[in-house]
Design a protein around this ligand. Structure first.
Ligand code: ZN
Length: 200
C-alpha cells in the first residue's frame, strides 16, 4: 500500500501555483501550453505549468509578465490575440529567445527588445545592470557577481553599456527599411521594479 506523504505546505504551494497560472492564462491566452504540433491543450491540463515556466527564473522575475502584457496589447490592437502561438522559449548565447507563430511586426519588435535587454539582466536572480557582464562559463550567460559561482568573475567577464535604443535594418519589397526600438523606457521600468522588490 502506498501512503501519501504530500505535506500540507506542498499542497498549499501547488494550489497557489495553480491559481497564479490560471490568472496568467486568462490574461495572456498564448501562455496555455498547447502542443506545438497539434495545437491541442491536453485534456488533463491542470495549470501546474505554463509557457512562462520555460523562461529562466531571473528574466521571468525581472520582466516576464511585463513582456507578456506588451505582447498581448499589441496582438489585441491587431485583433489577433487568439491566433498567436508560442513554440519555444529559451536562452541562447546569453540572450532570451522567444519563438512564436502569427506574430505581428510590433510583436516582433517587442521580442527583439526583450531579447536585447535580457543580456543585461542576471539570468538567475533578475538583477539588472547596465554594464553587461557576460560571464563565459561553459557558455555565455549574464550572471551578476553574487550569482556567479567562481573566483575569476572580473577576469572573464566583459563590459559593454546598454544602448538607449536599437536599430533594426532590413529589406522589404526591394526597399531598405530601418526601425528604431526604444530600450530606455522599458529598462527604466525594469530597474524601478527591481529596486521596489529589493527595497532600493
Ligand atoms: Zn544574480
Amino acid at each position: 500500500m502506498v501512503v501519501s506523504k504530500i505535506s500540507n505546505e506542498y499542497k498549499d504551494w501547488i494550489k497557489d501555483k495553480v491559481d497564479e497560472n490560471k490568472a496568467l492564462c486568462e490574461k495572456y491566452p498564448f501562455l496555455y501550453p498547447r502542443n506545438v504540433f497539434t495545437d491541442i491543450l491536453p485534456d488533463d491540463y491542470d495549470y501546474s505549468y505554463t509557457w512562462l515556466d520555460e523562461m529562466p527564473d531571473g528574466w521571468r522575475v525581472a520582466f516576464g509578465e511585463r513582456m507578456c502584457s506588451e505582447i498581448r496589447d499589441a496582438l489585441a490592437r491587431a485583433d489577433c490575440l487568439r491566433d498567436y502561438r508560442i513554440y519555444q522559449i529559451k536562452e541562447k548565447f546569453g540572450e532570451l529567445r522567444w519563438y512564436s507563430n502569427y506574430e505581428t511586426d510590433e510583436v516582433g519588435d517587442i521580442i527583439t527588445k526583450y531579447s536585447y535587454i535580457s543580456g543585461f539582466i542576471c539570468i538567475v536572480c533578475g538583477k539588472p545592470y547596465p554594464n553587461a557582464r557576460m560571464v563565459n562559463t561553459a557558455w555565455i550567460s549574464p550572471y551578476c557577481k553574487e550569482c556567479y559561482n567562481g573566483s575569476d568573475y572580473d577576469s572573464i567577464s566583459s563590459k559593454n553599456d546598454i544602448s538607449n535604443s536599437i536599430t533594426i535594418s532590413g529589406y522589404r519589397n526591394g526597399q531598405r527599411t530601418e526601425r528604431h526600438i526604444d530600450i530606455k523606457n522599458t529598462w527604466d521600468f525594469i530597474v524601478s521594479d527591481y529596486n521596489k522588490l529589493h527595497g532600493g
